[in-house]
Design a protein around this ligand. Structure first.
Ligand code: NDP
Length: 405
C-alpha cells in the first residue's frame, strides 16, 4: 500500500491533507506531521478517512529520517516553511523518498530566496534514483505549468510573460496576511526585480504599480505592484526565446498603508534586537500578534485570479495569450476549511505529488515544474478544483504598456 508523508500543518498543509485523502488509491496511508501535534490532530479530525499524525522538527534531518523509517512514505510533501527545504531534501536522500515543496529555500538570516541552494542537489537525487519537484504551488507552480503549456501548444517562442496575481478577497480585518506573515512580509518588503534581455533589473520595493482590469467582473480593476518572485529564476532558463519576465501582485491601499507604518517603525526588521534581556526579531514578534492566516478561512469572501499574460510568435505571426484561474474563497472554505490562498497552493501540491506517484513526472533529479509535460497536470487542475481559461492576451498586454520599455 502507498504511503504519503505531509510535513507542515498550516493553511496549505490543511488543503493538501484534505485533497490527498480524496484520492486513497494514489496516496494510500497519509501521515501529517508538524511541530505542533494539536494542529495535525485538528486537521485529521476534519477528514473521514484515517490520517496518522506525528510531531517532528523538520530542521532536524535525523528526526525526519526516523519518522520516515516508521511511516515508509513513497513521497514527502513539504508544506512547512522555506527554511526547512534543505534539511528535508537531505532527509529524503538519506531515506530514498521522493520530495516536493511549494517555495524555494531561503536562509532565515538573509531574505534572499533562490534556487541556487536546491539546484545543486540535482546529481545527488539523480544518483539516488529519486525525484525532487520544486515549487509545486500556484505561483510558483501552476504559473510555470501555464508557461510550459503555452510553449507546447500555442507558441514557437514566448518573448514576454507577465505573471499577475490578484487576491480580491476581503476578510474584513484591518490588516492580515493570507499566508505565513513572516514569509509574506519578507517577500513584499524586498527590492523588486524583473528579467529583461538576459539580465535582472532592480526596483525599489513596490516602486512600480499600475491599475489592471482583470478578466473576471468580481475581481474588477485593481492596482498591481511589481515584485520579485521565484518562478522567474527558473523560467528565464527554461523558456525558449524569452526576453522579459515580470511578476505583479495586487495590494489594497489599506494594506500598503499598514505595511508602510509597520516598516517605518521597524516592525518588519529581521535582525534580532535586545528587549528586556531577550533577543527578539521584530518580524517574528509581528507574526505572533497578526491574525493566523488559518483563521481567515471563514471570514474571507471574494475571488482570486492568478495567471500569465504572454506575447510571442507562432509561424512568424505575433500571438498573445492569457491563461488564468479564478478561485472563490468561500467555495474553497466549504471544501477544505481553508481560504483560496491556501487552496490554490495545496491543490497543485497534491497534483504535483500525484504526477510523481503515477509516473508522469517521476524522473530522478531535481526539477522545476516547467521541465515536465504540462498536459497531465493541466488536465488534473480542471478536475481537482482549479479550472483554467485561455483567452486572447492582446487587450491585457495593452494595459501593461504603461511600464513597457
Ligand atoms: P503556515 O505558517 O500556516 O504553516 C507552516 C506549518 O509548518 C506550521 O504548521 C508550522 O508549525 C510548520 N513548521 C514550521 N517550522 C517547522 C519545523 N521546524 N518543523 C515542523 N513543522 C514546522 O504556512 P502556510 O501553510 O501558509 O505555507 C506553507 C508553505 O507554502 C510556505 O513555505 C509558503 O511559503 C508556501 N506557499 C507557497 C505558495 C505558492 O503559491 N507557491 C503560496 C502560499 C504559500 P507551527 O504550527 O508549530 O508553527
Amino acid at each position: 500500500m502507498k504511503s504519503t508523508l505531509i510535513i507542515g500543518a498550516g493553511g496549505v498543509g490543511r488543503v493538501v491533507t484534505h485533497k490527498c485523502s480524496q484520492l486513497p488509491d494514489t496516496f494510500g496511508q497519509i501521515t501529517l506531521a508538524s511541530r505542533t501535534l494539536a494542529k495535525c490532530e485538528e486537521i485529521a479530525g476534519e477528514i473521514d478517512g484515517p490520517i496518522r499524525t506525528a510531531t517532528v522538527d523538520a530542521d532536524d534531518p535525523a528526526a525526519v529520517v526516523a519518522l520516515m523509517e516508521e511511516v515508509r512514505p513513497d513521497i514527502l510533501i513539504n508544506v512547512a516553511l522555506p527554511y526547512q527545504d534543505l534539511s528535508l531534501m537531505e532527509a529524503c536522500l538519506e531515506a530514498g523518498v521522493h520530495y516536493l515543496d511549494t517555495a524555494n529555500y531561503e536562509p532565515k538570516d538573509d531574505p534572499r530566496f533562490s534556487y541556487e541552494y536546491q539546484w545543486p542537489y540535482h546529481q545527488r537525487f539523480a544518483d539516488a534514483g529519486i525525484t525532487a519537484l520544486l515549487g509545486s504551488g500556484f505561483d510558483p507552480g501552476v504559473t510555470n505549468v501555464f508557461c510550459a503549456y503555452a510553449q507546447k501548444h500555442f507558441f514557437d517562442e514566448i518573448h514576454t510573460v507577465d505573471i499577475i496575481d490578484a487576491n480580491a478577497g476581503d476578510h474584513g480585518l484591518p490588516f492580515a496576511t493570507n499566508f505565513n506573515p513572516e514569509i509574506n512580509i519578507r517577500e513584499i518588503t524586498a527590492k523588486g526585480r524583473f528579467w529583461q534581455e538576459g539580465q535582472w533589473r532592480q526596483t525599489e520595493p513596490l516602486e512600480l504599480s499600475q491599475p489592471f482590469k482583470f478578466p473576471h467582473p468580481e475581481v474588477g480593476t485593481r492596482d498591481i505592484y511589481l515584485l520579485y518572485h521565484e518562478e522567474m529564476e527558473s523560467l528565464c532558463k527554461h523558456l525558449k526565446g524569452i526576453k522579459r519576465l515580470r511578476f505583479w501582485m495586487t495590494f489594497s491601499a489599506n494594506y500598503i498603508n499598514h505595511l508602510n507604518v509597520l516598516q517605518n517603525v521597524g516592525m518588519t526588521a529581521i535582525e534580532p534586537i535586545d528587549f528586556e534581556g531577550h533577543k527578539i526579531a521584530p518580524l517574528e514578534f509581528l507574526k505572533a500578534v497578526l491574525p493566523d492566516p488559518a483563521s481567515l478561512g471563514p471570514l474571507t469572501k471574494g475571488k482570486t485570479c492568478i495567471g500569465c499574460v504572454m506575447d510571442g510568435v507562432k509561424d512568424g505571426q505575433r500571438l498573445q495569450k492569457y491563461i488564468y484561474n479564478v478561485c472563490d474563497h468561500q467555495e474553497a472554505y466549504r471544501e477544505t476549511n481553508a481560504q483560496a490562498i491556501s487552496y490554490t497552493t495545496g491543490v497543485p501540491a497534491m497534483i504535483g505529488a500525484k504526477m510523481i506517484l503515477e509516473g508522469h513526472w517521476e524522473k530522478p533529479g531535481v526539477f522545476n515544474m516547467e521541465q515536465h509535460d504540462p498536459d497531465p497536470f493541466m488536465e488534473a487542475l480542471g478536475k481537482y478544483g482549479l479550472p483554467w481559461e485561455v483567452v486572447d492576451g492582446a487587450p491585457f498586454l495593452e494595459q501593461l504598456r504603461q511600464h513597457n520599455p
